[in-house]
Design a binder for this molecule. Structure first.
Ligand code: C2E
Ligand code: CA
Ligand code: CA
Ligand code: CA
Length: 278
């Protein structure tokens, strides 16, 4: 019995070691992932609820590791943050997205807007607004072409500094959204003081909207709250026609989800737009 317990413990320790080894390998490889061409951005359409028009694309990062395969961004972004690699990744992402925006315009005549995701570390970086202005100017883009999404929990990890950085960004003409809204415990007082344009309701409230009446109540009151604060409201995770119809009925402004489009590689975006609406 005692022996078995010990073996169980050993197996547990081994599992932990494997996890740590994977993390250490990923952190090491992440530093070279961009220059080795393993990182890419995919783009997910966001549409207006009222008429279905395309309003923006959200840029999401992808990492194809040569040995471990596809690594989900939730995993490598967390690792990058704890290893101090985030500003490097964000810098690569901003350049890639701005270059893509300029290319769509020059090559396809498409003047698109893209929203990018910022991490908790980005939003407390006082150098970020200047860095953003720089990369936009380099590619000849107006600030309004680049939306910024910051999670509610990132803002709440340092509300005072985030508030100042967000104010600076919005003063420079950037459009900002609070992402994953409803999961991060911000108070109404804090919300009111933030210079943001949009609330993005977390997909956990949207995915089962048709079946769950409490989700419907939460979504309904969040839309009203947002509108009362003068904000636009976005729903992510719209997978079904029924959810879409319900959100339109509840007065949600913008919709995004697999039911409208999955995130697309840059090369597929032009084709999607040409075929839209289906
Ligand atoms: P997020 O910003 O909340 O992005 C939405 C996530 O939901 C994306 O997952 C997207 O692919 C997924 N999604 C979209 N529509 C649906 C749907 O209808 N149903 C379901 N079940 N899922 C849907 P993804 O691409 O795996 O990204 C996960 C998270 O990683 C993002 O959550 C964001 O927080 C972070 N992330 C991704 N790219 C970046 C980046 O470039 N920088 C930073 N800082 N974070 C990023
Ligand atoms: Ca987002
Ligand atoms: Ca989200
Ligand atoms: Ca999320």
């Amino acid at each position: 019995m005692a022996k078995q317990q010990r073996l169980g413990y050993l197996r547990y320790v081994e599992g932990q070691d494997e996890k740590r080894l994977r993390e250490m390998t990923l952190v090491r490889d992440l530093q070279l992932a961009a220059e080795r061409g393993q990182l890419s951005m995919v783009y997910q359409p966001k549409i207006a609820a009222a008429d279905g028009a395309l309003v923006e694309l959200e840029a999401l990062m992808r990492w194809q590791h040569p040995e471990f395969g596809f690594i989900p961004p939730d995993e490598f972004i967390t690792l990058a943050e704890s290893a101090g690699l985030m500003s490097q990744l964000t810098g690569w992402m901003l350049t890639t997205v701005c270059r893509q925006l300029a290319a769509w315009e020059a090559e396809e005549g498409l003047c698109l807007a893209v929203a990018v995701n910022l991490s908790a570390q980005d939003v407390i970086d006082p150098a970020l607004p200047q860095q953003l202005a720089q990369v936009l100017a380099t590619h000849g883009l107006e600030p309004a072409r680049l939306g910024l999404e910051v999670t509610e929990s990132a803002i709440m990890s340092d509300p005072e500094t985030s508030r100042r950085v967000l104010a600076d960004l919005s003063q420079r003409g950037a459009s900002t959204a609070i992402d994953d809204f409803g999961t991060g415990y911000s108070s109404l007082a804090q919300l009111k003081r933030l210079a943001v344009r949009q609330l993005k309701i977390d997909k956990s409230f949207i995915l089962k909207l048709e079946q769950q009446s409490d989700d419907r109540i939460i979504v309904h009151s969040t839309i009203e709250l947002g509108h009362n604060l003068g904000l636009e409201v976005v729903a992510e995770g719209v997978e079904t026609e029924a959810a879409r119809a319900l959100l339109v009925e509840l007065g949600c402004d913008y919709l995004q989800g697999y039911g409208i489009s999955r995130p697309l590689p840059a090369a597929a975006v032009v084709g999607w737009i040409a075929a839209y609406p289906p």
